[in-house]
Design a protein around this ligand. Structure first.
Ligand code: GDP
Ligand code: MG
Length: 448
């Protein structure tokens, strides 16, 4: 019967007491593997999983989720929290220009990001100015000018020979940075993006230069750009830049490659700074505002399970469950209205078939899947809706002429009304049995 099928369906969605060590351990082991696969730094993985385990143990089992799902949810929530929670917006200055400084190792993607950020901000109605402070690499200024041109954003740079002021500033990135910000103020640009030099590895001289630039221009945001492929080095590099320039936000670059983004977690975890943007390619439009929740599922590589958890939680109507539970305590009859409410609860769960296939460990046979026809719920709903409230509460009054009327009203054949009423009677019997035995197997939130 339909009820039997539902029983099988919701087997995994029932709460049972508190999360046990066994529930948690198995899932945490999988999570640890997923994090290491995503190249999250080893010490970060260790700390993270220990924290998750501590938080999960003894937690009351959710009514909507099975223990494994619940641990995954805790992991996901923690990931999102560490990555910055809500998407962090740029901190705009009350008195423009807003000064944004970029920092990071050479090759991290700063100059590319400068162009992307400028283009994106321009698209939002801002009037950014780019400032070229990487005077270390011969081609760096030119590279920013090319990006600026592509983005349709002006670039402030020292041009030896063009003006004595520029000439004087050549060679000193701190002076260029300061002049660039003045230029922005004069020409009423509301945002300045200051590109800086990096080295292949962290070194004291480079860090001092970045710190000096920071001190000279007092930026509203210092964005630390880090290559998502950096892997285990993320921790040391992030720590060095955090100590050196005390950055305010992180940009993860080269997220278009194989990287699953573990560096995001490593950096955010050791510095406590939020990830704000992601760079996803060499083109100027390959740029995204960073969404902690999306990154969490990318790191876990469990998008389907997370979707499932979300659906199960969303559709889980606590009030309805309590009403039902109370009904069984009261030993009241299970009416057609309850039957319809059950159907609607199921519909809210979205595509049941899709859910079943996503659910790890759901013991549902292929045959059961095929038998389950969501259109049946539509027809049942139509039939119940064609009944009077009194008929729904006291189904035994539904005689031949009422059946004919209901069939007509719902656009089905009388035989379907009959079949539906039969199924309802079966379900009603089952509910009574379960009320007597305590609980309602198969319905989320049924008393266990
Ligand atoms: P900088 O030294 O920090 O200024 O780094 P660059 O902006 O010069 O970038 C170094 C290299 O990485 C260049 O070849 C860029 O085209 C490339 N690059 C930058 N960002 C990305 C990205 O998001 N994805 C990919 N695939 N390449 C990138
Ligand atoms: Mg550069």
């Amino acid at each position: 019967s339909l009820s039997d099928r539902l029983t099988a369906t919701f087997k995994n969605l029932r709460g049972k007491g508190r999360l046990t060590e066994a529930d948690v351990d198995g899932t945490v082991r999988e999570i640890r593997r997923a994090l290491l696969d995503a190249d999250v730094a080893v010490p970060v993985v260790r700390e993270f999983t220990a924290h998750v385990k501590e938080r999960a143990l003894g937690e009351e089992v959710s009514q909507a989720l099975n223990p494994g799902q619940q641990v995954v949810k805790i992991v996901n929530d923690e990931l999102v929290r560490i990555l910055g929670g809500e998407t962090r917006r740029i901190n705009l200055a009350k008195n423009p220009p807003t000064v944004i400084m970029l920092a990071g190792l050479q090759g991290a993607g700063k100059t590319t990001l400068a162009g992307k950020l400028a283009k994106w901000l321009k698209g939002q109605g801002h009037t950014p100015l780019l400032v070229a402070c990487d005077l270390q690499r011969p081609n760096a200024v030119k590279q920013l000018q090319v990006n600026g041109e592509r983005a349709g954003v002006p670039v402030y740079a020292p041009h030896p020979g063009v003006s004595s002021e520029f000439e004087a500033s050549t060679g000193d990135p701190v002076v260029v940075a300061r002049n660039g910000v003045s230029e922005a103020r004069q020409k009423q640009h509301d945002i300045v993006i200051v590109d800086t030099a990096g080295r292949l590895g962290v070194d004291a001289e480079m860090m001092q230069q970045a710190a000096d630039i920071r001190a000279a221009i007092n930026p509203h945001e210092v964005l630390f750009v880090i290559d998502a492929m950096i892997g285990q080095d993320a921790v040391n590099t992030a720590q060095a830049f955090n100590d050196g320039v005390n950055f305010t936000g992180v940009v993860l670059s080269k997220l278009d490659g194989d990287a699953r983004g573990g560096a995001a977690l490593s950096v955010a975890s050791v510095t406590g700074k939020p990830v704000m943007f992601a760079s996803t390619g060499e083109g100027l439009d390959d740029f995204e505002v960073f969404h902690p929740d999306r990154m969490a599922s990318r790191i876990l590589d469990m998008g389907d399970i997370l979707t499932l958890i979300e659906q199960a939680e969303k559709s889980w109507d606590k009030d309805e469950a309590e009403r039902m539970a109370k009904k069984f305590v009261d030993q009241e009859d299970f009416t057609l209205e309850d039957f319809l409410a059950q159907m609607q609860q199921i519909r809210k769960m979205g595509s049941l078939k899709k859910m079943l296939t996503m659910m790890p460990g759901a013991q549902v046979s292929r045959q059961q899947l095929e038998q389950f026809d969501e259109r049946q719920i539509d027809r049942i709903e139509a039939i119940v809706r064609s009944m009077t409230p009194h008929e729904r509460r006291v189904p035994k009054i539904i005689n031949g002429s009422r059946r004919a009327r209901i069939a007509k009203g719902s656009g089905v054949h009388v035989s379907e009304v009959n079949a539906m009423l039969e199924r309802f009677t079966e379900a009603q019997k089952m509910m009574k049995r379960m009320a007597a035995g305590g609980g309602m197997p198969g319905m989320p939130g049924g008393r266990a």
